[in-house]
Design a protein around this ligand. Sequence first.
Ligand SMILES: [Zn+2]
Length: 426
Amino acid sequence: MTDLLIRNALGLDGKRWTISVERDRITRIVEGSKGPGGADIEIDAEHLLVMPGLCNAHTHAPMSLLRGVGEDMDLGRWLNERIWPLEARMGDRHLKAGMALGCLEMVRTGTTLFNDMYFREGMLARTVADAGLRAVLGEGFMDLNDEGKREEAIERTLASCKVIERLRDPRINGAIAPHSVYTVSKEGLEWCADEARSRACSLHVHLSETASEVKDCIARWGRSPTALLADLGALGQRTVAAHCVHLSPEDIGLLSSTGTSVSHQPSSNMKLSVGGQLPYPSLKASGTRCCLGTDSAASNNSLDMFLAMRAASHLCRHGWGAASITTREVLDMATVNGYRALGLDGGEIRVGALADIILLDTGHHSMVPGNDLVSNAVHSASGDAVRYSIINGKVVMDDGKVMNEAEVKREAAMMALDLLGGDLDG
Ligand SMILES: [Zn+2]
């Protein structure tokens, strides 16, 4: 029995395909418009381009509530003067409203899986499930070298993992998420590494985002942030290290030998002027898997992965030459690489893969003409071209319509006003 049939969609290869979905998987792909009748839901995809859903490999989705806050500051001032004081005032209702808004933007712009690091992720898991998304949720772990704070962070992390486990939702997985080497003690990082290993879950960490992070870590511990994480057992096949824009050749060797995945956030790096650039050609040569993320809507200011693809492509070429990254590599960073980094069998249109699929309007101005469909997807489209988002075999955006959209936007506007009181600049 076919639960969902996508009939006669244009593939990225320029051919027409009919795709069957049963439960959470793609079960059949045939060329042309022929496919089994009697599906529960059938989408006539004659005017649609079919693509794998996108994976946002590093974000803080609830920060969508802080979009536009603390503009025109560098990372240190932005965090210390604006973001952290506001986060300290965020209650459950603010967090839920921010998460719902982030999920809405992701669904609308074709993201089907995201890797999140924030606070109260256990509570927020229900909001994510209600929005229909697939996610890996990690409770942000920070102890600022304080033993009391470390105990609190451990308790919060364990509580969040427990709630996510109890939810028993196949779309939602828990992760261990030490914020960074500059906000977590050695003991805290070690606990996180051990806990992720014993749970066989993802570990999500910021790594080598600024030159000062690297300089301070070397001054304090006599080694780079990457070497410190390696020593503490925090690198490995289930680790996603976000940013990695200040890496030495030795660091790249450690990432590659441990099978660690790197998530690149080009727009956030450029906007916050982090002063380095992802050494993509060296990472590629070393065999390190590179994924793509947006970072939060406070530092980007959008969760649209199509814009992230374009920024990644342009920034890489600007730094390393026009042939330093191919259009297909950028697409893989935003799809299958992210799924693999998070231990999930998706991000591809393939029989047996998770049914996380998006359909774009081939009549959207950014998709015309269709000279090179992969290039259109990476270099000219935005999330506006997405008409359908299918996640875990369910249609979550149906011909441009998402459930509860007006309500989510109203609540987010109200909660932002409550938090900021109309005061954007502090
Ligand atoms: Zn981040």
